[in-house]
Design a protein around this ligand. Sequence first.
Ligand code: MN
Length: 305
Amino acid sequence: MRRLSTIGVASGLGANIDGSEHGPAVLMRSDRFRQLLHGQGVEPLWTLVHSETEGDRFRILKRLFHRTALQTHRIVSSGNQFLAVGGDHSMAMGVWQGVMSALKPKSLGLLWIDAHLDLHTMETSLSCNVHGMPLSALLGQGDDLLQDIYGSEQYLDPATVALIGGHSYEPDEIGLARRMALATFDMPTIKKSGSLNKVMQRALRLVAESSDRFGISIDLDVLDTRDAPGVNTPEKGGIRWQELQQALSLVCADSRLVGVEIAEFNPMLDKAGKTQQVIAGLIGVVYGDSGIADSPGFIQARETG
Ligand SMILES: [Mn+2]
């Protein structure tokens, strides 16, 4: 039986909406998820990282990111891959700083699959919700407060980052993306190419030119709200889950993959377990053998049954 390192980051503090803190536990307990892994001879090893409940939100998040980073550092140092399930997307600050600290400097590439750019800082964000800022922090572009919450001096090289699926962003974020010359494959670009698969391959080739290993960060709000309604900040006009599943199956089979993050699941906002089904399907691809990757019927059977 294969053993998988799966980390659940049980916090919604970065979104400031109730619900995401329950995401990992809801998935962990779900029959669908257990059946999926059981069928593949996989033993999921869950480590849950909980956020504290009392005190200053930013202090709590800082400690949460530190504890999350220790987990991904440990897994990557031991040569294993990981899946990190959230939790709101601010968790990325912990997940990827831990990965960077375990790899050679500047050797990590990142495919950031998200409806948003997550390039806000405390100075540009109206809400001051940290889940809109993780990529700024990871690129070393945080203001003093954001940098303090991030709590690391490990930063991504902008040449190794590709933004995929963006369709809701603000001028300050676009400004930062341009200044850093980040590779951006937004929804219009994906629609024009006619294939997320092709776009993802192109993004990976680009990122891999300047990095040895790569990770994938998926914010579930990149998906069409018909497929994934259970997210903190839904946006219309996203990617259909079948496209994402198919595109992922190729990149996840790449031996340079270090780990995958799936963020922003909010079970309290889910409708008829739809988002949960989609996540189970994505997790199946991340850890699945080609059998699962080729047969999205797992979810279709549930939807029509
Ligand atoms: Mn995000």
